[in-house]
Write a protein of this length. Structure first.
Length: 602
């Protein structure tokens, strides 16, 4: 947190929106806090907060941060001042985003869970959504996250300031222990370590799997990440399925009338609590209304002909809502959320046939540049626009030049200057980060060493076999598979699963529970052994060589399949001409071509 001391060093900065600076100052309040007697929070140790609720025999933890290291440090601080030697008896995962479960092994051990000493409670669909949401398009999401989260920006008044939900994200060990109890019904009531709790499932709101919790004995309402101190994302800039704003609003309304009439404290997975029933009801009503208004009024405009390419300049949050700090755009912005609502209902097309199957931007850009009089004319006009403060229009014309002439550094630098000024004006940290990250890459190229570790061993083991096979279909390059055909039976005896895997029409498909009567290849490997391959502990080639995996039929199929796979690396160019060096090595590949050559003939 010392990196953020500049936030408190001044009351204002020309390069930071005043409202965003206010939110950053509030996020500077970090440490151990008493919410009410029996409920404590660790704030500022990660993007999210970790909450401790006193149970009959120990402590119940709500959410456990991103990394084992930050969660362990938070637990140590808590034990030093409050928790003492009482054990952790239960953990509640509020939802399936990594900042709410990744630190689990910093709080409890897998042995404690397996021995029944710790119960882990999660909403229905938690495991499937935890693994699936970021896998299929995970590489692209990683690249885009560098923009949304400003990962490569310097932490200073001219770069990264805050993430809104918290000051930033940790980069430690992401761990996972599967839930031992799943909340399946819309409302479920049961005791957790002697404490009566009512769980409210809220699927397809802030996350695909999420739940609020009410503790009647304490009149304490936990709103997970459905109600925090900001407008949240309907469309998230890193990429994810667009969320259902109307659904979200209705779940908040349900919590308001079921629990909010008597709750005296409301706390959540980010930010700080609210106290007093009147304040709780006021917050719940405004949060309900911001999502309902955005949903209803965006569609109101859409039904009047406003398109996805116009709505961000048309939709306005009502003045009555804008006066509430906690519905301002510190995570989701009204601009990109409005486009998300239209995307959910009507898709990307604005109904103008000219934009239905347009040329790629880099193909049309040279035509625009030629018709605008060439690069010098564009730079001169962009400079005039820049001096006049019309930064968005300067970017509009300079983008054509940068796409048409990637080596025109004068144009790139001027576009970077304009993006920077747009970024400084943003109240929303995600928008700020995206504009500033674009400026950084235009000037300096894609920063070296930006490749992250995308999946921890715990997450890879949680991946279902079907999800793994589906992802192989995404990695397959159809051009390399042209003219090839095979049928493979995959069997994992220890869990009784069977799959038929077929390559035909340059497409790799699979179906669970079916076996071909006359396959070209049968691969038999225990799921436990496959886990070693998925986590990189042992390659498939090694397991075939020592007999752990059995191959019957044509063994060259595995080698051929390996040659069709593409390694994704999240350093692809956003602007042409920005890559500095060759892509870094990826994580372990279960179907490594060279390793396969060692165990199967050419």
């Amino acid at each position: 947190m010392g990196k953020f001391d500049f936030i408190d060093a001044a009351d204002s900065y020309d390069s930071i929106h005043p409202s965003l600076l206010r939110q950053a100052k509030l996020n500077q309040e970090y440490g151990l806090f008493e919410v009410i007697p029996g409920i404590y929070q660790i704030r500022g140790f990660d993007l999210s907060q970790m909450t401790f609720v006193r149970g009959k025999t120990g402590w119940i933890v709500f959410d456990v941060l991103i990394s084992a290291e930050t969660a362990r440090a938070g637990l140590e601080l808590f034990r030093e001042h409050v928790g003492g030697d009482l054990p952790i008896t239960a953990v509640v995962y509020s939802h399936n985003h990594v900042d709410h479960w990744g630190g689990i092994k910093g709080v409890v051990t897998e042995e404690e869970v397996l021995a029944g000493k710790v119960e882990i409670i999660a909403p229905v669909g938690f495991m499937d959504n935890t693994v699936a949401e970021n896998v299929y398009a995970g590489n692209a999401m990683n690249r885009r996250a560098f923009y949304q989260y400003g990962i490569m920006l310097p932490i200073d008044p001219y770069g990264f300031v805050t993430q809104g939900l918290g000051q930033g994200t940790s980069r430690g060990a992401v761990t996972l222990i599967a839930p031992t109890r799943v909340v399946r019904e819309a409302f479920e009531e049961f005791e957790v370590d002697g404490v009566r709790m009512i769980f409210q499932n809220t699927p397809d709101t802030e996350a695909p799997s999420e739940m609020n919790t009410y503790i009647p004995g304490m009149k304490a309402l936990w709103m997970a990440e459905n109600v925090t101190h900001c407008l949240h994302n309907i469309y998230t800039l890193r990429g994810a399925p667009v969320r259902d704003a109307l659904n979200w609003s209705k779940y908040i309304a349900e919590a308001l009338y079921r629990f909010g009439q008597e709750a005296e404290v409301m706390f959540a997975a980010h930010h700080w609590p609210r106290w007093g029933n009147a304040r709780i009801q006021e917050v719940l009503r405004a949060q309900r209304d911001i999502y309902a208004n955005m949903h209803n009024q965006v569609l109101h405009h859409a039904n009047n002909g406003v398109t996805i390419n116009q709505i961000h300049n048309v939709y306005k949050v009502p003045e009555e809502l804008r006066k509430h700090w906690h519905v301002r755009g510190y995570h989701g912005s009204p601009e990109h959320n409005a486009r998300g609502v239209i995307q959910r209902y009507l898709g990307y097309w604005d109904c103008n046939p000219a934009t239905l199957i347009p040329p790629s931007p880099e193909e049309s850009a040279p035509v625009y540049v030629r018709m605008m009089g060439g690069g010098e004319a564009i730079i001169a006009e962009a400079a005039r626009l820049y001096e006049a403060g019309d930064y968005k229009m300067a970017v509009e014309i300079l983008n054509k030049l940068v796409l048409a002439e990637p080596g025109n550094q004068t144009g790139r630098d001027l576009m970077a200057d304009a993006l920077e000024q747009i970024g400084y004006q943003q109240e929303n940290p995600g928008l700020r980060n995206c504009f500033l990250a674009g400026a950084l890459e235009l000037r300096s190229g894609i920063p070296a060493g930006m490749i992250p570790t995308t999946s921890s061993p715990d997450v890879m083991q949680a991946m279902s076999t079907e999800l793994f096979l589906n992802f192989l279909g995404i990695r397959l390059d159809s051009a390399k598979a042209a003219g090839q055909r095979f049928t493979m039976n995959l069997r994992t005896p220890d869990n009784g699963e069977e799959f038929i895997v077929e390559l035909e029409n340059a497409t790799l498909t699979n179906i669970k529970g079916i076996q071909a009567s006359n396959p070209d290849l049968v691969l038999t490997i225990d799921r436990a052994a496959l886990n070693q391959t998925l986590t990189g502990a042992r390659s498939l080639a090694e397991q075939i060589a020592d007999g752990t995996a059995l191959v019957e039929g044509d063994p060259t199929i595995l080698q051929r399949l390996a040659t069709m796979m593409v390694d994704f690396t999240p350093d692809f160019e956003i602007f042409p001409g920005t890559r500095q060096e060759a892509p870094a090595a990826t994580d372990h590949d279960p179907f490594d071509t060279e390793e396969m050559k060692q165990v199967v003939p050419e």
